[in-house]
Design a protein around this ligand. Structure first.
Ligand code: WTA
Length: 660
């Protein structure tokens, strides 16, 4: 960069640790270093080769049509059935007896479902939906906890060309209603109740409340899960409501899958926007499945028939769509699906499951890793985790110390960790190490995958140099990219394509930097960037510096207005299980620690010790609410918090606070 203007984002934290892959791992890895050069030489040919891993009923005539940007068409003219690709073809290839899903219920009940059974289940459910009058192009809303029927329902929709819109099981009636109305869903699939921390809580009752007077909904299909454990009757409306088992069990297990156009819509998934109205992110079939399957193969090094894979996400999030349902099943994975929370009935539940099923690939979120850190390393140490050969992380920047903890305490000190950056909108992983190739650096997502192009640019759209920070953009279309926002093309253009419209870049909303090797580091949402005395400082870097102190398990950092410096850095920290109460001295030590790690400019003005942090239900920290606290404002809208009492706990603790 030659301009004198201050950088879009300062680069403060440095990391020198690096871990090359073990030679045996590299030798057997699915993805090799030459994939980068192959993809660079001819991107479209590279993607065509990935698409050929799927079964197409009609081949495509053109790989990419970008003439009507930003509305992409991939594998133009091609036809396929997504559910056939995820289920039937494996049975036809002789793998019907392979377990697709080792399902573990929260109360301890289990089910093993083979690909042959899954094929029957999906076919019956598809016939069931058809019998209700659902046809290709219709929308089906699904609000279910993590039970096999959730996956079966999604695949049944895909099989008949209906779009599913999965709504997270913990969302309120009004959130469900908003999503049902926006998509004009014809059918809603839910359950009688769900187990949460050992108790049966109603689901159908909430759905009924949500759908009172909802004009589009003709049928509600109800999976019986909690049965007699649920107190009181399941509210029922004759004629509208139907039990899943009554509808599905009676259906024939034969269903001829129809081939749909590559651009046939597959699903809508709502993600919250800056305004109140959630955005219905639209994904289509051929390109989406291609990239979901490709990334699951390359990034997780998945070996069908050998690995036992576990992604801990919920199907209510995109990670559950791409890395529980579509990617793994397209690749013939055997996977664990767990219904409950990680500490029910005890804090070693995940490790117990890994030990029992010999899980070899474990994909989770930084928020959970930091929770495990808080609970203590002695808990996983009680279990045999030696089957694990690869770990993955998604959803937030993973702090280098959390990365190291994960590697040491879960990965046996040698399992590669893939830190995967992507979004609901990107549909599949975009930036990540390749586990058999990349020399991994704790905290960095490192390089765009072969076939993907991403850049870090400044305000003028010029790429920043090594050591520079700015905006993360995607400068070339990719197969699993969103095809729009449901019913709102203008919002699609305004939200993602207007910031760098001249260049035609997709702007993801995240800040990032290049380190001196040219590796990418994600620095959090640009809306969260702090401006301290003219320095643009990323919340992520200060948080990582705090977490690198041995007493800190989690940290959230915000900028609060400051008369002298513009903004001052205010940090909220959760201490580790074994750390003592933080007195003034300990707080001072933490402030100095940040100054030492990343420089005096980033020294927090204030550090507050809190029992919990406000998080969304998918585990992302809601810094907006902490900013309200830091600026002594009334706390804003808390309806999307996972635990609505957290803000009270924080405010209460602060009156005995630690401001210096
Ligand atoms: C953040 C989840 C840093 C980022 C798949 C992105 C990450 C948002 C990472 C999308 C990562 C996701 N490192 N940040 N590895 N992965 N993010 O739509 O801010 O729920 O824009 O998709 O999560 O969240 P979403």
């Amino acid at each position: 960069m030659t301009t004198e203007q201050s950088p879009a984002l300062d680069n403060l934290l440095t990391e020198s640790r690096s871990f090359p892959p073990q030679p045996e791992f590299a030798a057997a890895a699915n993805a090799t270093a030459d994939w980068y050069s192959e993809a660079d030489a001819d991107r479209e040919a590279f993607w065509a080769k990935q698409a050929e891993r799927l079964h197409w009923d009609t081949p495509w005539t053109q790989v990419l049509d970008w003439s009507n940007a930003p509305f992409a068409k991939w594998f133009v003219g091609g036809k396929l059935n997504v559910a056939y690709n995820c289920v039937d073809r494996h049975v036809e290839a002789g793998h019907g007896d392979q377990v697709a899903i080792h399902w573990v219920g929260e109360p301890g009940d289990t089910r093993d479902i083979t690909y042959a059974q899954l094929k029957d289940d999906v076919s019956k459910a598809a016939n069931g939906l058809l019998s209700l009058g659902v046809t290709a192009g219709d929308r089906v809303a699904i609000q279910l906890q993590m039970i096999p029927e959730a996956i079966v329902a999604m695949l049944a929709c895909a099989r008949i060309g209906a779009l599913h819109s999965v709504v997270f099981g913990g969302f309120s009636p009004s959130a469900l209603r908003q999503r049902v109305d926006d998509a004009d869903a014809k059918v809603v699939i839910t359950s009688d109740g769900q187990y949460r921390r050992g108790k049966a809580a109603p689901m159908k009752a909430n759905v009924d409340e949500a759908l009172e007077g909802a004009g589009s909904v003709e049928k509600i299909v109800v999976v019986r899960r909690t049965g007699d454990d649920l107190e009181g009757d399941v509210p029922w409306s004759d004629g509208r409501d139907v039990w899943w088992h009554e509808l599905v069990d009676a259906q024939p297990a034969d269903h001829e899958p129809e081939a749909f156009d590559s651009e046939h819509p597959l699903y809508i998934l709502y993600t919250s926007g800056t305004t109140g109205k959630p955005k219905g992110i639209l994904h289509t079939s051929g390109g989406y499945l291609t990239q979901a399957a490709y990334t699951h193969n390359a990034v997780f090094d998945h070996k069908p028939g050998q690995d036992v894979y576990w992604c801990t996400a919920d199907i209510g999030w995109v990670t559950g769509h791409s890395y529980i349902v579509y990617g793994p099943l397209a690749n013939r994975a055997t996977q664990v699906v767990y219904e409950g929370t990680p500490n029910t009935p005890h804090e070693g539940r995940h490790w117990e499951i890994i030990q029992k099923y010999k899980v070899s690939i474990y994909y989770t979120a930084p928020t959970l890793i930091r929770t495990f850190m808080k609970w203590g390393a002695d808990i996983p140490a009680k279990y045999d985790l030696s089957s694990l050969r690869l770990l993955g992380s998604v959803g937030e920047p993973i702090n280098p110390e959390a990365w190291m903890w994960f590697r040491e305490n879960i990965g046996g000190g040698n399992a590669p960790i893939v830190d995967t950056w992507w979004q609901t909108e990107t549909g599949a992983i975009m930036i990540s190490p390749l586990p058999g190739v990349t020399h991994a650096k704790p905290g960095s997502a490192q390089q765009p995958l072969p076939g993907i192009s991403a850049k870090v640019v400044d305000d003028t759209a010029a790429e920043v140099g090594r050591g520079g920070g700015g905006y993360l953009v995607l400068d070339k279309p990719w197969p699993s990219m969103l095809r729009g926002i449901w019913g709102d093309d203008q919002r699609f253009k305004d939200t993602y394509w207007s910031r760098f419209s001249e260049q035609g870049f997709y702007f993801a909303g995240d800040g990032a930097k290049y380190d001196n090797d040219g590796d990418v580091w994600l620095l959090g949402r640009v809306d969260d960037v702090m401006n301290v005395s003219g320095h643009r400082i990323s919340t992520t870097e200060v948080e990582s510096a705090l977490v690198s102190h041995h007493t800190v398990a989690e940290a959230a950092v915000v900028g609060a207005s400051d008369a002298t410096t513009g903004q001052g850095i205010v940090a909220f920290v959760i201490l580790r299980g074994d750390a003592a109460e933080a007195g003034d001295e300990a707080i001072q030590e933490l402030r100095n620690h940040v100054a030492k790690e990343i420089g005096p400019i980033a020294k927090p003005r204030q550090i507050m010790v809190v029992p919990e942090l406000p998080k969304t239900r998918s585990g992302k920290i809601m810094r907006r609410l902490l900013r309200d606290v830091a600026e002594n404002r009334e706390v804003g809208d808390v309806t999307t918090l996972a635990d609505s009492t957290v803000m009270d706990q924080i405010s209460k603790g602060l009156s005995s606070g630690s401001d210096d």
